[in-house]
Design a protein around this ligand. Structure first.
Ligand SMILES: [Mg+2]
Length: 393
């Protein structure tokens, strides 16, 4: 079955409240959606979240890439099984009109197109997207089916009162893991963590994310006062440009280091492992160029004895939440899992299905064909700010 048409949308997703961390503040998220229509009319949906401070991508730039890529030539195959769908996804090579040494400047578009293709063919084959993992040879070492996963929660920088209220709510909700955003200018992170640890109790696993806000030469001094609150992991403490210095400092820190902004592609992963810059990867489907590239990165981490988490971008809709669920329920040894915040973060759901995690962050595997979620056309029409249709037939 051939792909008959791809349509790319730029949508503005309204959030329930302002989300603030050291690199950005947002009350809405501008995302990329892609619809893949097969020759028999079956449709699949994909999503990407271009963030210029992470991969240098913008929504308009991604739409231009979509318009300039020779899709008719790249996506002309007619897959009949998953191995051929995976080949088709590999044939998609977005046109990137700039230098791209890290291989990340088209990752959100790649993710959106790939997820749309996987969703459409999953519906055609009547199998969930999670099935792809066991058909993808590079993922053989990490493929593992799970019936249920547990999500972590996140505390972003707010007033002391709001942070305590959030932490108490999360404790009551039974979360086992919590990420705290640190490094905002003017914030006393040691005091914040003391309060948050008190409210969350001693049993919750707390990790911190500095979003590149510190510098390698002062890192030990910034981290030391925070360690007494039993921090299990420190995410992206310094800017990507300081990766080599981070590798030197890391051995003197008493906390595992996770890379996020410095981990967007296989080139990044290979550099990180070569200089021994980290203990864990933060893999996010959009940032890392889709479902398959993310599997490759997890396998690479595993091969080097590193851990990995599946992260998310705040403002992802149910399409990326569903894709993340399929990824998480088909991959072994995920150290932390983020995502599926839908109802808690979005002012309105794009999908007919609400797959927000339940009590304790628990969420089941999705077993319906494809992604298992369906886009509400009225919400899509209200959110769309630009649209580009590419017939392939
Ligand atoms: Mg991060």
């Amino acid at each position: 079955m051939r792909i008959a048409e791809l349509t790319c949308y730029i949508v503005r997703v309204p959030l329930r409240r302002v989300i603030r961390h050291a690199s950005a503040t947002r009350c809405e998220s501008t995302n990329l959606l892609v619809r893949c229509r097969l020759a028999n009319g079956i449709e699949g949906w994909g999503e990407g979240v271009p963030r210029d401070y992470v991969t240098g991508e913008t929504p308009e730039g991604a739409l231009d890439q979509f318009g300039q890529t020779p899709l008719e030539r790249q996506l002309c195959a007619s897959p009949t099984r998953w191995s051929e769908v995976i080949e088709l996804c590999g044939a998609f090579q977005p046109s990137v009109p700039c230098d791209d040494p890290r291989g990340c400047r088209s990752n959100s578009l790649r993710c959106a197109v790939e997820l749309a293709i996987l969703d459409a063919y999953g519906r055609l084959f009547a199998e969930p997207i999670s099935t792809v993992t066991r058909h993808f040879p590079p993922a053989r070492s990490i493929s593992h089916e799970r019936r249920e996963v547990r999500y972590s929660t996140t505390i972003t920088a707010e007033s002391a009162f709001a942070e305590c209220r959030s932490a108490l709510k999360m404790r009551c909700y039974g979360f086992q893991q919590c990420k705290v955003k640190v490094g905002l200018a003017g914030a006393d992170d040691a005091r914040r963590l003391r309060r948050i640890r008190l409210c969350l109790g001693s049993r919750v696993d707390i990790r911190i994310d500095a979003n590149e806000s510190w510098h390698a030469d002062k890192l030990a001094a910034a981290v030391e006062p925070l360690l007494r609150y039993r921090i299990s992991c420190l995410e992206q403490p310094v800017p990507h440009a300081e990766l080599d210095s981070l590798a030197e400092v890391r051995t003197r820190l008493a906390v595992p280091i996770m890379l996020d902004e410095s981990l967007t592609s296989m080139a990044d992963a290979q550099r990180a492992t070569a200089v021994r810059a980290c203990d864990l990867f933060n893999i996010r489907l959009s940032k890392c160029g889709g479902f398959l590239n993310s599997l490759r990165l997890a396998a690479e981490a595993s091969a080097h004895g590193l851990g990995y988490q599946l992260g998310c971008h705040p403002g992802e809709t149910g399409i990326l939440s569903a894709a993340g669920r399929h990824w998480a329920t088909s991959v072994s040894n995920i150290r932390y899992l983020e995502g599926s915040y839908d109802r808690h973060v979005l002012r309105e759901l794009l999908t007919n299905e609400d797959i927000t995690f339940a009590y304790g962050g628990r969420a089941p595997a999705l077993e319906s064909p494809g992604s298992g979620v369906h886009v509400n056309p009225e919400v899509l029409a209200r959110w769309t700010i630009r649209e580009l249709k590419r017939p392939l037939a």
